[in-house]
Design a protein around this ligand. Sequence first.
Ligand code: CUA
Length: 315
Amino acid sequence: MNPESVLWPAGPAAAAGADTGWVMIAGAVAVLVLVASLLGWALWRRPGAAPLDERRLMHRWVLGGGFVFPALTMLALFAYASAREDFWAPRRTAGEPVITVTAHAWWWQVQVSDPARGLHATLANELHVPAGRPVTIGLASADVIHALWFPALAGKLDAIPGRVQQLRLQADRPGRYAGRCAEFCGEQHARMGLVLVAHAPEDYARWLAAQAAPALLPQDPLAQRGWRLFTQQRCSACHAVRGLTAPAAITAPDLTHVGSRPAIGAGARPLNRAALAAWIADPQAWKPGVRMPSYQDRLTRDELDALAAFLEQLR
Ligand code: CUA
């Protein structure tokens, strides 16, 4: 995982933000040094020096220092920032995957499609992009205001109900980048993480084809038992498993390829069979207030394990 820091930008959008930040800090330090020097000069002037002419004082320091100097400084910074903002202008380049991220309390739904090849995948809490190429992400919210933030890749952008905002970013090199929700959105705001995986461009098409494929009925007996429990417990009322369930209303993460995800509960724990079973048993213990109900009173340990085995093999 790359450092989750604005000080180590890994793409042009974040680099523009970091550079602007450094220029601002350097400018602020220069102004502070200037003002402190003037103050020192005023305080420790030679005693007995001629008193300052009030009209000159007015012109030079109040108009010059209080108006002209700040106006020039702000104009220079504005010109610098404007010259760097071109990358941010949302636009699509040919062949770019169409990516939509919808924030929910407290997880991220991600839809990726490649219209040219007719591929479409729905994911949760993971964003995949081709490295070295800009992508424009449509950002929406299903409930309250959230904000999507990958510190190493781009600035924050609010996800506002009823609107689709455009976020443009690029990861220069393949790798994993951590992101999070950056706008307080309720009880589990702190546990609303996601990961961005940048693939080498030649691997991206293969990845999308695998994610777009529907799930198959499991072969393993334990996983088969888990699949029966999945239908009996009506998990599919909220969670879709493309190819196996009827399309569900989007209220919970799509589980078609849940076994390939690095974490569950939007970054709450690394994903493995034991963690899946523990999550289904009592999600409220990990993320109090989350909409997923606890199943520890309805399912035995063996049944939880079977259900987890079914989910884990959905890769
Ligand atoms: Cu979503 Cu904070």
